[in-house]
Design a protein around this ligand. Structure first.
Ligand code: SAM
Length: 294
């Protein structure tokens, strides 16, 4: 039976172990059972699933995951939480705790070893200071993933979901939408956490595409172009890309590619759809091949 997820029991555990919150680890523990139920439902966890939880804290959501999944692996960086987790999860034999930094864990190998290479589900109330590297790391390393259901800062959830023409649109929107279908499933106010964060939060579900929605001959080149365009948001796309020395693509080639895509030379990067970025990278890729470049 899941016993945490309310203020009284959470406070009792924190006092029992004399636990001090570590700001540097982004520790805001969930204390609302409705939100926990919603996350589990949105993630669609079944008795077949292998679930990776990032940052279990005192094990609040972990208990819910253990009740619903076949196997749970929870990766927690704070060693002060390890004895607490041993206590709060003692009733479950389908959970393993790893005291590691998630950014240093080889999740690909874990999925292979522990789930026979079949797609895993990722569920987490993420530490907000590393939301983007965690999500991009999961996608870019091509870990077999079915879905990622995570609590993030409300503003970051918006960024993942929006399209061109909005202020939140950027490299994160394009990367997430290339790999997955994002859907915000709940808005969560600060009073659902202990301690309360300063910002609103949201639960977002990212269901991995079987095949990306656009074809990019060179994925890496496409993402280099995307990053370079949004690094210089206020510039035109042509200037932004020409100024990005690390791309090593000539001004003429960039201008030619934008024209070949049928876009005006004054267009800004933030106006391009994912499809147009894929098209641009395919044109540039072809030009580089013709010119004998990389
Ligand atoms: N899942 C718990 C809950 O919902 O109550 C805690 C969520 S709290 C927002 C984030 C958790 O991630 C904390 O327990 C924190 O110690 C852990 N954490 C922070 N950075 C981490 C990292 N690099 N690797 C693994 N865990 C991390």
């Amino acid at each position: 039976m899941a016993t945490l997820g309310n203020p009284q029991n959470t406070i009792a555990i924190l006092q029992k172990y004399n636990f001090n919150f570590q700001k540097k680890f982004g520790q805001n523990f969930l204390i609302d059972t409705h939100v926990l139920d919603k996350i589990i439902r949105a993630a669609g966890i079944t008795g077949e699933d292998f679930v990776l939880e990032i940052g279990p804290g005192i094990g609040t959501m972990t208990q819910y995951l253990c009740e619903n999944a076949r196997q749970v692996l929870a990766v927690e960086i704070d060693r002060m939480l390890i004895p607490i987790l041993a206590d709060t999860l003692s009733a479950y034999d389908n959970v393993e705790i790893l005291n590691e930094d998630i950014l240093k864990v080889d999740i690909h190998r874990i999925a292979l070893e522990k789930n026979g290479g079949r797609p895993i589900k990722v569920v987490a109330n993420l530490p907000y200071y590393i939301t983007t590297p965690i999500i991009m790391g999961l996608f870019e390393s091509h870990v077999p993933i079915d879905s990622i259901t995570v609590m993030v800062q409300r503003e970051v959830a918006d960024r993942m979901q929006v399209g061109p023409g909005t202020k939140d649109y950027g490299a994160l929107s394009l990367a997430v939408q290339y790999y997955a279908r994002p859907e915000i499933v709940a808005n969560v106010p600060p009073n659902c956490f202990m301690p309360r964060p300063k910002v609103g939060s949201a639960v977002i579900r990212l269901v991995r595409h079987e095949k990306p929605p656009v074809e990019a001959a060179d994925e890496k080149l496409m993402f280099r172009l995307i990053r370079a365009s949004f690094n210089q948001r206020r510039k035109t796309l042509a200037n932004g890309l020409s100024n990005a020395g690390e791309l090593g693509i000539s001004k003429e080639m960039i201008a030619g590619a934008i024209e070949a895509l049928g876009l005006p030379s004054s267009v800004r990067g933030e106006a391009l759809t994912l499809e147009q970025f894929a098209g641009l990278s395919n044109i540039i890729c072809g030009m580089l091949h013709e010119s004998g470049g990389n």
